[in-house]
Design a protein around this ligand. Structure first.
Ligand SMILES: [Fe+2]
Length: 235
């Protein structure tokens, strides 16, 4: 299925129309998660738990491992967090949220510019639009593990201002804070503005914004979408 890190799909969002429509929702963006607030990363849900845009806390706009960890009530330190992430099965009893726990569409899904999402709409799970400004980034991480219960799509309004990189073999200069190793990450090239890509989120990756007001489409699909995505793949 994942024939490349990013596989282009036959879904393209008109960026100019999207920018006009999203402008009205400027005040509805959430900070992404509760950490690294010095970096300007905002998000607004497309699909969340109740379809509302004014929830006090919005788990759809959190890294889910972080959200789930906070619900355990364990002391918030790196050791506990890493133990939690790598040994999640120890914590089966807690109320864990998965990408596929999110099913309610928000009013953003009515955008005319998002009509092109029609073929995947019924499969959509936890999904957001990210708005990052310069210095917004995500450190090396992966989002899922085998056997994966969802697919992740990604796209951006401005590939010049936004880079996504995947780990390649061999040593490098990127410090992976979860494995304590120095690794090599290579940016993806030839990204088309507004195009959605099937994103291989099993692999270690990171992401950076180099300028302000860059949007990203962060879309999860349940596995019923498998045949549909196969047909939408452009290579
Ligand atoms: Fe990711």
């Amino acid at each position: 299925m994942h024939t490349a890190n990013l596989v282009p799909l036959d879904i393209k969002i008109n960026v100019d129309s999207f920018l006009l429509e999203i402008e009205r929702y400027n005040d509805n963006f959430f900070r992404w998660g509760d950490r690294y607030k010095e970096y300007p990363r905002y998000a607004i849900p497309l699909v969340n738990l109740n379809g509302k845009l004014d929830n006090d806390l919005e788990p759809a706009c959190y890294p889910l491992d972080r959200w789930n960890f906070l619900q355990t009530g364990l002391e918030d330190n790196a050791e506990n967090f890493i133990d939690y992430v790598f040994n999640m099965s120890h914590f089966e009893k807690s109320d864990i949220l998965f990408e596929t726990s999110f099913k309610s569409h928000t009013e953003l899904m009515e955008f005319r510019s998002l009509k092109t999402l029609e073929p995947i709409k019924k499969y959509m799970a936890r999904s957001c639009v990210f708005k990052w400004h310069s210095m917004g980034h995500l450190l090396p991480h992966f989002d899922t593990w085998h056997p994966t219960k969802w697919l992740r799509l990604w796209g951006t309004t401005d590939p010049e201002k936004m880079k996504i990189r995947y780990k390649v073999s061999g040593g490098g200069f990127v410090e992976n804070k979860l494995t304590n190793k120095f690794e090599n990450y290579i940016p993806e090239k030839n990204i088309e503005a507004g195009r959605l890509y099937l994103h291989d989120s099993l692999k270690w990756h990171d992401a950076f914004a180099f300028d302000d007001e860059v949007y990203q489409f962060f879309i999860a699909l349940n596995v019923d979408s498998y045949d549909c995505i196969k047909k939408l793949k452009l290579c």
